[in-house]
Design a protein around this ligand. Structure first.
Ligand SMILES: [Zn+2]
Length: 188
């Protein structure tokens, strides 16, 4: 997102009281938010990884994404086109990276989402497996809500693993091939 568009987005959100700053509190679409260092999530994930529990970040972010969109829908009656428009803008504004929806098949409830310049991947550093569990969970939860179906998401490319960008495949839970070990690891 260009810087000019970014400022327009922030001013629109402020104008319509969707982004509210009060002393000691910030809310975005009625949800309390706080700015935390990217490194916090990265450090937390690395500690969880040592115990084989890093995918908890995905599972929790998925619940979070679903609840966030349910709450935004309740307060603002979101349409799919709003999610397509606002979702990537909010993620860019939040400093998580640049998002593009690549392929979207509504009939199959599946989509491919591209995340460029993933902040988590850059801070995480080189890894032999994909690491964007937080984003993967949030986007999966959001689309699970939009499609009214329990989706899952896997990260098929990751900047931290040496790919040019991160790429995610989202589709209904039962369509993933769990005999593939790499897929199974991301969904357990
Ligand atoms: Zn990644």
């Amino acid at each position: 997102m260009e810087i000019k568009i970014m400022f327009k987005l922030v001013s629109d959100l402020l104008l319509h009281r969707k982004f509210v700053f009060e002393e000691g509190s910030v809310t975005l679409f009625n949800i309390p938010i706080s700015i935390i260092p990217t490194n916090f999530i990265v450090l937390l994930q690395k500690e969880l990884d040592k115990k084989g529990l890093d995918n908890l970040v995905y599972q929790v972010a998925k619940i979070n994404g679903k609840e966030w969109f349910r709450s935004m829908d309740k307060d603002y009656q979101l349409k799919t086109k709003d999610v397509m428009q606002w979702g990537p803008d909010l993620i860019s504004l939040a400093g998580w990276g640049k998002v593009t929806v690549r392929t979207k098949k509504d009939s199959e409830k599946s989509l491919i989402v591209l995340l460029e310049k993933s902040a988590n991947a850059i801070v995480y550093g080189p890894s032999d497996k994909p690491i964007d569990h937080f984003f993967r969970g949030l986007v999966c939860g959001a689309w699970s809500y939009v499609y009214g179906e329990d989706l899952d998401a896997i990260e098929t490319k990751c900047l931290a693993r040496g790919d040019n960008a991160c790429e995610f495949l989202l589709m209904p839970k039962n369509r993933f091939d769990l005999s593939n070990q790499e897929i199974k690891t991301q969904l357990m």
